[in-house]
Ligand binder design. Structure first.
Ligand code: 6PG
Length: 254
């Protein structure tokens, strides 16, 4: 990957506090410019502490939530109260604890039987809030992504159709290995963002992180290697455990 900005933190907590501070800083900048602040939230386990920090009274009270619009990066095709639901995790960690107006959180209705209709519905919400120009991709101010053990990000898994999507903003993706459908934002939307922060923590991610960040130049073996913002800022925020196999040259201390 061409010279990404890699920030190494001692712990997941330090990493999460840094990410929360960046969210707060960007939200405040947008509020100062009388503009909404749009953010894409990934699921999984890594970002849970980040969302809890954003919901904590000290941090939450400094954010003008009425000017913040939160979207999901991806969702499992399960009911919203299912243990596997990303919405359920985000709800427990953030939505149920911070004064976020209900209309400012945009849920992926991935449980709908007609997944194409669910994607259309979500694309319409993106259009209404982010208001891209004709022929433009919707542009988030900030997107939080994670990294799976197989090098996936969002629900863009190796060998799946959605990693090649260049037209749709959000689409269904069948994950053969897990025998499940998911809905996911596509790479053109992710890469249109003003800023992307990829959160990676834990020793079990060390090998895939090294391969993704230090693999052969131009490699796209892993979907996460396709995270290449057209003009936005990309930062990999990783903890020491996940960074242990990275060459010393490629990292800066948190
Ligand atoms: C999801 C996420 C996914 C996640 C990675 C890492 O729906 O699971 O959006 O892309 O970021 O799988 O997950 P962990 O943070 O649990 O390791």
């Amino acid at each position: 990957m061409p010279n990404p900005d890699i920030r190494v933190f001692k712990t997941l907590e330090e990493l999460s506090r840094h990410a929360a501070a960046r969210f707060e800083e960007l939200a405040r900048l947008q509020a100062g410019n009388k503009r909404i602040f749009s953010a894409g939230l990934s699921g999984g386990s890594t970002p849970k502490l980040l969302y809890q920090i954003l919901a904590s009274p000290t941090v939450s009270s400094r954010i003008s939530w009425q000017d913040v619009h939160l979207f999901q990066v991806d969702e499992r095709c399960v009911p919203p109260d299912h243990p596997e639901s990303n919405y359920r995790m985000i709800g427990e960690a953030l939505l149920s604890r911070a004064p976020i107006p209900e209309m400012n959180f945009h849920r992926m209705t991935a449980e709908w039987p007609d997944r194409h209709q669910a994607c259309e519905h979500y694309a319409q919400e993106l259009r209404q809030v982010l208001r891209p120009g004709a022929g433009e991709w919707p542009r988030f101010d900030l997107i939080f992504l994670g990294l799976g053990h197989d090098g996936h990000t969002a629900s863009l898994f190796p060998g799946t159709a959605a990693i090649h999507e260049r037209t749709l903003w959000v689409r269904e993706n069948y994950i053969e290995r897990h025998k499940v459908f998911r809905l996911t934002l596509t790479f053109p939307v992710l890469n249109a963002a003003e800023e992307i922060i990829v959160l990676v923590a834990g020793a079990e991610k060390a090998e895939v992180l090294r391969e993704v960040l230090e693999g052969p130049p131009g490699s796209a073996k892993f979907p996460a290697q396709r995270i290449q913002p057209a003009s936005g800022r990309l930062t990999w925020c990783v903890d020491e455990a996940a960074a242990r196999l990275l060459s010393k040259l490629s990292r800066s201390v948190g």
